[in-house]
Design a binder for this molecule. Structure first.
Ligand code: PLP
Length: 436
């Protein structure tokens, strides 16, 4: 059985098998299923791959982990070892980061809400670099900075309004995120820049954009940089500014079912432009944010087949998991690669479908091109690969389902529980049971 599994894996380059069959058996015995497992080594490897990709940038490159992708405290702590920055979006994320003893100087804080109380809290707690996304947000940041007399480094989040090929697009005309370069209203980059420069309590630091997640074509980066370059050139005609930092956001894709560009392909498509802008505008810091690329491949989910039903040409395997554990399978039709393990019946002459345990039409797991779905039966197990980003953070109690345990395989190869399984009694009480 072990050899069979091994040979299946060796044929597929794009799934990251970091557990031996023995380890899987041991984990299932100890924690049952569904179960998530994180591999610490993969986290460090992914950071290195991103760093290496941008190594020919002539200034300093910082990788910033977007903790929205997976805020498991053990992941945050593991990534601190890589001396990276952290991209935070909410004061609740800041709470997690502080509880993990994160260095506040290593934060870039980009909020969508931009409330005065939020900025006050963030600045009081020692965050030094903030990204502004609206004129009202700027006024709130100024008020907060004046109230406690600090001078945060301030970046402007622009919406370059470029076309993006991605699973999730964040830059489009009249969009929610950032401000356009030019408008007739107060919400434009030039107007905000002018205010930041005039404000005693802010230090202008640079520009940020985030174009989307799972970006499959790097052209959008080149187009966004071209627009920003023109804008900076124009701004320098009027204002005496120095752009220290350029933050190109996240979006580096990972393999689910389609071939995607690697970080080095994406980086090399824009590195000349980045170096040219760095030279002409004095940009010394490049920030590359990433959530998905750093965590997705670091995590698998183990699930058990609890029922099967067969029709003429199809066989359905009902799992003990569902989209309450892998929401993007339903929401984005994300094709997490899957594999049948611990069952040795070989190929099936039927089409195998993996369905979740929820009483919901959308609870069917799309198959990746590299899924290894041999025959299945009750008590076979399914491994879902590349589930480390934007899935566990959406765990929800639909059908009163509890959150499964999470185990981490650390860099020394030790398997350690990093999140306990939620108990049904705890869920009942949280949902209002304690108020009965
Ligand atoms: C501002 C910002 N930066 C970075 C990211 C991370 O994107 P990804 O996980 O695709 O790298 C996001 C994701 O939504 C984001 O909103």
């Amino acid at each position: 059985m072990g050899d069979k599994l091994k040979s299946q894996i060796e044929y597929s380059e794009n799934i990251n098998r970091f557990l031996s069959t023995l380890e899987i058996d041991e984990l299932i015995r100890r924690y049952s299923t569904p179960l998530y497992v994180i591999d610490e080594n993969t986290l460090h490897r992914k950071v290195k791959e991103l760093r290496d990709a941008y190594s020919s940038f002539k200034g300093k490159t910082e990788i910033a982990y977007s903790i929205k992708a997976n805020f498991n405290p053990s992941i945050i702590v593991a990534l601190m070892k890589d001396d990276i920055m952290f991209d935070l979006t909410a004061i609740e994320e800041l709470y997690f980061y502080q509880r993990c003893k994160g260095d506040l100087k290593r934060i870039i804080y980009t909020t969508v809400a931009e409330e005065y109380e939020e900025y006050l809290h963030v600045l009081k707690n020692g965050v030094e670099r903030v990204v502004i996304s609206s004129y009202n947000g700027l006024l709130n940041l100024i008020d907060a900075a004046r109230t406690i007399d600090v001078k945060p480094k301030t970046l402007i989040r622009i919406n370059p309004e470029v076309g993006v090929k991605a699973s999730i697009k964040a830059s489009y005309r009249d969009g929610k995120f950032g401000v356009p370069l030019y408008t007739n209203t107060a919400d434009n980059a030039m107007h905000i820049l002018e205010h930041i420069i005039r404000e005693e309590n802010l230090q202008f630091d640079g520009f940020h954009f985030h174009l989307g997640s799972q970006i499959t074509d790097p052209t959008c980066f080149i187009n966004a940089l071209a627009k920003l370059d023109q804008f900076i050139t124009k701004a320098k005609d009027t204002y005496d500014i120095k752009v220290n930092t350029l933050d190109i956001g996240g979006g580096t894709p990972i393999f689910y079912g389609e071939t995607v560009p690697t970080p080095s392909t994406i980086a090399s498509s824009m590195i000349d432009k980045l170096n040219n802008m760095s030279y002409r505008h004095g940009i010394t810091n490049l920030i590359v944010e990433s959530g998905r690329y750093i965590t997705a491949e670091s995590m698998i989910m183990l699930s058990k087949v609890v029922n099967v039903k067969e029709y003429n040409n199809d066989k359905f395997a009902i799992l003990d998991a569902g989209y309450h554990l892998l929401l993007d399978a339903a929401l984005l039709k994300q094709q997490y690669p899957q594999e049948v393990i611990r069952y040795d019946k070989g190929k099936s002459n039927k089409n195998i479908h993996l369905a979740g345990r929820l009483c919901d039409t959308y609870d069917i797991f799309p198959k990746s091109k590299i899924s290894k779905l041999d025959d299945v039966d009750i008590n076979s197990y399914i491994v879902f690969y590349n589930v480390g980003a934007y899935s566990i953070v959406f765990n929800m109690p639909f059908h009163c389902q509890t959150k499964p345990a999470v185990v981490m395989k650390d860099s020394n190869g030790n398997l350690r529980l990093v999140r306990k399984e939620q108990k049904i009694e705890d869920l009942f009480m949280e949902e209002g049971g304690e108020l009965l």
